[in-house]
Design a protein. Structure first.
Length: 233
């Protein structure tokens, strides 16, 4: 990649436990590459094993059904890392990764990654916590897909995004930019039409309000109640 002199790994969250000197050493071991929007970074089942640091931009982690239907697993932003499963166990990639924006990736070989885990226990603990959170998120998702109807899955996804955005003093949350219907449908295994219908129903109930460039969750507590009632929590 051209001109990596101004780039560093200092904003990669899991590496914050390491000293600036160690981060600089890791950066020198990495290969760097730029991707334009909507380019494939990782192909599921490929035999690459590198750990990838998301230095700039954002990416989407997806899998595809036999029929070609896309299911979104996660969206990652600058400061994240990905690909650790293959780097640890040596098996093929478990999902595909596509860039959403102009993106810069730094790739660290699996060998260097495993050495880093062995030499820095704080970093190893950070990786283990991330793996634990992935298992918990996968479990929650399996439960939702297995037990909730399509409408309720849209509610749950809307709640997830609202929690990430953060609750405001008045009990509302603002999703900005407005969630794309197709993206939400991909996350909860339903159709764009279902997502549009559910959001329209919530708007009629006064629970959401669409503004010029944002979707306002007017009553976050009520949305939580709706999801929890169906989940039985």
């Amino acid at each position: 990649m051209d001109d990596t002199s101004s780039l560093s790994l200092d904003r990669i969250e899991p590496l914050a436990v390491l000293s600036p000197e160690v981060r600089a050493d890791i950066a020198r071991l990495c290969s760097w590459k730029r991707f334009g929007p909507h380019e494939q970074i990782i192909d599921r089942q490929s035999d690459t094993r590198d750990l990838l640091f998301l230095v700039r931009g954002s990416v989407r982690v997806v899998i595809y059904s036999v029929s070609g239907r896309e299911l979104t697993l996660d969206d990652l932003k600058e400061g994240a890392f990905l690909g650790e499963l293959s780097a640890i166990d040596g098996h093929p990639r478990s999902a595909s990764v596509m860039s959403l924006t102009e993106t810069v990736i730094a790739s660290l070989s699996a060998e260097h990654f495993r050495r880093l885990l062995a030499q820095h226990s704080d970093f190893a603990m950070m990786v283990m916590k991330r793996l634990a959170s992935m298992v918990r998120a996968s479990t929650d998702r399996i439960i939702d897909l297995s037990t909730l109807g399509a409408n309720n899955r849209v509610h749950a996804e809307l709640l997830r995004q609202a929690r990430l955005a953060g609750e405001r003093d008045d009990g509302s949350a603002i999703l900005k930019p407005i969630p794309v219907h197709g993206d939400m449908a991909s996350r909860v295994s339903t159709t764009r039409e279902t997502v549009a219908r559910v959001l329209n129903d919530l708007a009629r109930q006064g629970l959401v309000r669409r503004e010029r460039d944002a979707l306002v969750i007017v009553d976050l507590a009520r949305l939580e109640e709706m999801v929890e009632e169906v989940r039985g929590e």
